[in-house]
Structure formats: C-alpha cells, structure tokens
Unconditional design. Structure first.
Length: 359
C-alpha cells in the first residue's frame, strides 16, 4: 500500500504538536482525520485546506475521555477514507499543579483521565480496526520527558506520562504478532501555549538543563511522529524516543529540570483568575477549566467562582466533577452559597442560613 492511500487519526490534532503532525502527514499525501475537543480550532484548520488537500482531511469534535466519541472518530476515518493505518494519541493536559500535600484528588484523577485514559481508548479502538483489517499499522503515543525523570513536570502529569510510556511497551509486545507497531515520543521543553507567559523564559534552561542551544519547537516532535508512522521505521516498536535537545543525555550533572516546573506554575498561577478569551488550543487541545467545574462529558452543570491555582488551566477542555459539600450542594471558597457554612467548618452562631457566597 502506498502512503498516498494511507489513513491516520490524530487526536489533539488542531493545535501545536498535533497540528504540525497533521500538516506533515497531509504534505506526504496521507488521508488524515483530526479528532480534537476544540471545535473552533478544528473548523479553522479545515478552512486552511483547499483543492485536492481538502479532500484528504476531515475533522470531528472529540473528547478523548469519552469512549463513544473516540470510537466514533475511528469509525469516521474508516468510513470516510476506507481504512486505518495509523493512530496518533496526542491529546493531553498539563493537569494538577502545586505541592503534593495540596493537590486535590479530583485534580489528580482528571489529569489521568485525559492523559492516560485517552491514550488507552485511542489505542484500543485503533487496534481493533487494524487487527480486523489484517494489514498491520502504527500507533504513536505522545508521552513526555516528565514521564522518565523526576523534576521535569508536576507529580500527576509525570505519573500519567510514565504510565503512557509503559503502556506503550506492553501493548507493543501484545500487538507485534499482528504487525502493529506501537511507539511513543517524549518531548522535552517545547515551546507550546501550555507554558503561557513562562514561554519567554525558556531560554534560561539552555546550556544548563538543556545542552542544545535552541528551544524545541512543535515541528521537531512532529517530524519524529511522522517517522514512526512511516515505512522507514518498520522494525521499530515498543520504543520511547526522547525529543529533548539532549536533556536526558546530560543526566544528573546538568542543572535541575525543576526550574521548568516553576516556569509552568508561575505562568499558570498568573492566569488562574483571568477568564479564557482565546479559542486557540493548548498542548493538545484538552484543557482543564478548574477543579470546581463539572465534567462536560458527564453532563454536569457548570459552576461559578474563583478559579483554583492547583490546575494547569488552559481554555476549552472538558470540565470535571465538583466537590460535594456536607449539605449536598457544591462547595466553594468562603461561605457556602446554600447552607451558609464555611467550607469544612460548622456554621457560626447567628449566621443566616442563606448567607451569600463570598469569593
């Protein structure tokens, strides 16, 4: 089969690393279905392709937390282009930030729900189609340098990405007899919107944390992904390729990568109380809105109030389940809006039952 007739699904494909991967695949005459949570960015992507290229790309809004939506994206690729040869599980979030003693269990679970569960669901449904077709295939999962070293990312994100790397190895062994290759890429410090205002400080990591004298770009990662999908990597499976400018090679003798975490946390905290105004996507277009907001995929109602500082908050991601208050309502900072009790404390004597929520 020629590459001109090959079909790929790319989750989180409307922005940054995913978008650069889509551009490269279309340029190499692949048929590509983009599955992304950000519908605005997805439609804008389609508008940029015209003529013959427009016939080789499609978009479907997809929340990778939702199995039905992931399966529907894979099915649409098969129906539209006649098969499936490659799956790129790229969607993700920065997730929970802050000291481990302050991280909420809901934030931790949300990070794993998108980063690890999304990779699992994409792999599951892509492998089903590939096995049934009997012509092999390639799956590439986006992991991270944070998944292989301490101090290169927040705790939940690092643990989730480590899970992606080992999941990749386990599935590669299982699917090898079916000629389905499974690999992962681990980007280092790449210039992406998830860094927010911290991106301008990336140069501080050069020469200390990162030996290579230039900041990594999304296109650097996309090039490796496209290589792993193609025939030139036909004997490569179960590998995690680091795209990190030599950070891993420098080892413990280099400056601590924890500086990168501080950059992320500072930029996230500086934006934590600002409303989201931009439709542009984050690292992979799956972006959290705050720990007190319900999950859109679960049909939970939205809630107002001050945004927390313990979640990497990028606009447009599925919302999460709110924390219940003892009265049965939704707990927020300050006084609870329905029962008048201060969160976690008995109501002071004399306070009215319907005390207003105070931000």
């Amino acid at each position: 089969m020629t590459e001109a007739s090959r079909v790929a699904v790319v989750t989180g494909g409307a922005s940054v690393i995913g978008r650069k991967t889509v551009d490269r695949l279309v340029a190499d005459d692949w048929n590509v279905l983009v599955a992304d949570f950000n519908g605005i960015a997805g439609e804008a992507l389609l508008a940029e392709f015209d003529g013959e290229r427009a016939a080789r790309i499609d978009f479907v809004p997809t929340d990778v937390f939702d199995e039905a939506q992931v399966e529907a994206a894979v099915t649409r690729a098969v129906d539209r282009f006649g098969g499936l040869d490659a799956m790129v599980n790229n969607a993700g979030v920065g997730g929970a930030f802050g000291p481990i003693t302050e991280v909420e269990v809901e934030d931790w679970g949300y990070t794993f729900a998108v980063v690890t569960r999304g990779v699992f669901l994409g792999t599951k449904h892509a492998a089903r189609v590939m096995k049934a077709a009997g012509r092999g295939g390639a799956i590439v999962n986006t992991a991270s340098l944070a998944g292989i070293s301490g101090g290169a990312g927040p705790q939940a994100y690092s643990a989730a990405k480590a899970g992606v790397i080992n999941f990749t190895r386990a599935v590669a062994v299982e699917l090898a007899p079916h000629r389905i290759r499974v690999n992962s890429v681990s980007p280092g410090f790449i210039r992406t919107p998830i860094l927010g205002s911290g991106a301008k400080h990336m140069e501080k990591l050069l020469g200390g944390v990162q030996p290579w004298p230039e900041v990594g770009e999304p296109s650097d990662v996309a090039s490796v992904i496209v290589f792993l999908l193609g025939a030139d990597s036909g004997f490569v499976t179960g590998e995690s390729i680091n795209v990190d400018g030599g950070v891993t090679a420098a080892g413990p003798g280099s400056a601590t990568p924890s500086e990168a975490i501080r950059l992320l946390e500072d930029s996230s905290a500086s934006r934590a109380d600002r409303p989201d105004r931009s439709p542009s996507s984050g690292t992979a277009s799956q972006r959290p809105r705050g720990r007190r907001e319900g999950a859109a995929a679960a049909g939970l109602p939205p809630h107002t109030g001050r945004r927390p500082r313990t979640v990497a908050r990028l606009p447009g991601a599925p919302r999460r389940r709110p924390r219940p208050h003892p009265c049965g309502g939704v707990r927020g900072p300050g006084h609870h809006r329905s029962c008048g009790r201060t969160a976690g404390r008995p109501r002071p004597p004399g306070r009215p039952t319907a005390a207003r929520h105070r931000p």
